[in-house]
Design a protein around this ligand. Structure first.
Ligand code: HEC
Length: 237
């Protein structure tokens, strides 16, 4: 009798444990064992690694989470691309396997009817596609790194443009740029620098809309770099 009772308890415990795991495993799978709310942060950026918070997320926000597409409100096709949880939860990413990941397949499509982002938006550049591929291959982690802040060697090509091309160009390019503002090359950036809007939108100051829209405010360092470049007289260097 006692043996039966013990056996019954053990079996019930096993079943509860199994049920609990079934209920919770999918989350772990989706998040790939990562904490969606707390990225793993490295002190220095390894040039061979692609970081979600520094690169992949701002790129997805500026190219995909536009209004009417994959922001929280629109959620086209149920896909939302605004943070790690939503990217992993709806982007059908197979860790380590870009070829099997819906998000990567979509950005690689040649057919404009199928491609993301769709016309009139530009497709991602070869470089940007490769970076997303690499991030998935490297485990699609929720990671970030501290690139340090070099305010002594600020140039347009190494400091300003990399920031804007990742964080802003997606929305502000193509046949119908957001807010009718284009950010596509040196001249278009100089125009915004000269009319004062560039610094105001990234500092979230003044009467302009805060940018990047739907995204994280740029780090103090990135804002400082752009400010220095403007104070230097917006050189094309
Ligand atoms: C997700 C899309 C999106 C991203 C990313 C984005 N913008 Fe915008 N931007 C908009 C929209 C839409 C407007 C029109 C105003 C509004 O709706 O807030 C706009 C307006 C602006 C304006 C005009 C502001 C005004 O109030 O007149 C500037 C300048 C600007 N953006 C610069 C930037 C810069 C610089 C970045 C990157 C740091 C950036 N944007 C990133 C969508 C975006």
């Amino acid at each position: 009798m006692i043996l039966k009772k013990i056996l019954f308890s053990v079996i019930s415990l096993l079943m509860v444990t199994l049920l609990y795991q079934c209920k919770h495993d999918p989350d772990l799978d989706i998040y790939n064992g990562q904490d969606p709310n707390n990225p793993t942060t490295s002190d220095a950026c390894d040039p061979d690694s692609v970081y979600f918070q520094n690169y992949v997320l701002p790129l997805l926000v500026s190219n995909c989470s536009t209004s009417g597409c994959h922001d929280k409100e629109s959620a086209e096709d149920g896909v939302i691309l605004v943070d790690y949880a939503s990217v992993m939860g709806t982007g059908e990413i197979k860790t380590g396997n870009p070829g099997d990941s819906e998000l990567y397949e979509k950005i690689m499509e040649n057919d404009p009817e199928e491609r993301m982002p769709p016309p009139p938006n530009n497709s991602l550049t070869a470089d940007q596609r490769n970076m997303i591929k690499k991030w998935i291959e490297q485990g699609a982690k929720n990671n970030s790194c501290d690139s340090g802040c070099d305010t002594l060697n600020v140039t347009f090509s190494t400091s300003v443009w990399p920031t804007l091309s990742t964080n802003c160009v997606g929305c502000h390019s193509g046949a119908e740029p957001s807010g009718n503002i284009t950010i596509t090359d040196y001249n278009s950036v100089v125009a915004l620098a000269n009319n004062g809007s560039l610094l105001s939108v990234i500092k979230h100051e003044g009467n302009y809309s805060p940018m990047p829209k739907n995204g994280q405010k740029l780090s103090d360092c990135k804002v400082a770099e752009i400010k220095i470049w403007i104070e230097d007289g917006t050189p094309n260097n």
